[in-house]
Design a protein around this ligand. Structure first.
Ligand code: MN
Length: 235
């Protein structure tokens, strides 16, 4: 049987050293840094024992923006926010069932840095009404992402710092050790909900300092010593 419409274009992320990474799904973690949870008016867990379960949401695979390309200011918002995040790319399928934390790292292909762009006004309205976050989070061009760096080329990921500058001014900065849930823990938790597969990306959550982007702004996101992402917001 042949397709009755042209097949959609497969979303792909460039890989350092050559090749591309085809994207299957984009999972995102909410409230993974205590200081960001607090700035959003949520209660941050006082300890690992009290952290409960992580908050997850998704973006469509074709929300990615690659190649340091500019992003169009999206429709239907007056409050577009940046959230700089570690991005984890899965290179293998998880076995059936819940993924043990001890083997979770073996699924990881590599790492990048990305922005979880957010229509904060729509998210605030959705939260207030108890409605889903999809229109606030999963819009077109809502996931700019750097090239992916193979995991074997990244030493000491956990000790590295995530940061974001806008027009040369530092907006967000935190060590990855501040994450409430680390990468193996998040993959373990995600596997309770979804069958994880090669091609999945996970945006790991943002530190405090989220704020508005305006048309004409330039951003520079950095996973210290690993990879950078830059781009602009255009009309
Ligand atoms: Mn986020």
């Amino acid at each position: 049987m042949s397709d009755v419409i042209p097949a959609p274009v497969q979303a792909r992320v460039p890989v350092r050293g050559g090749g591309t990474f085809p994207v299957r799904r984009i999972y995102c973690v909410g409230r993974n840094f205590a200081d960001h949870a607090r700035e959003m008016g949520a209660t941050a867990p006082a300890s690992k024992a009290e952290r409960g379960t992580p908050t997850f949401f998704s973006k469509p695979a074709d929300a990615i923006v690659t190649g340091d390309a500019d992003v169009r200011y999206p429709r239907s918002t007056q409050d577009l926010h940046h959230e700089v995040e570690l991005v984890v790319a899965l290179g293998r399928d998880a076995r059936a069932g819940v993924l043990p934390e001890e083997v979770a790292s073996s699924l990881v292909f590599g790492y990048g840095v990305g922005l979880d762009l957010t229509r904060r006004d729509l998210q605030a309205a959705a939260k207030k009404a108890g409605l889903p976050w999809d229109t606030a989070k999963g819009f077109d061009q809502s996931a700019p992402i750097s090239e992916l760096v193979p995991a074997a080329e990244v030493d000491g990921l956990d000790a590295r710092t995530l940061s974001l500058e806008v027009n040369g001014a530092l907006r967000q900065q935190a060590p990855l050790t501040d994450m409430i849930w680390n990468v193996p823990e998040i993959l373990h938790e995600l596997s309770k909900l979804y069958a994880l597969k090669a091609g999945d990306l996970v945006f790991m959550g943002t530190p405090s300092g989220v704020a508005a982007l305006q048309t004409g702004d330039r951003y520079l996101a950095r996973l210290e010593g690993v990879v950078e992402l830059q781009g602009g917001i255009v009309a």
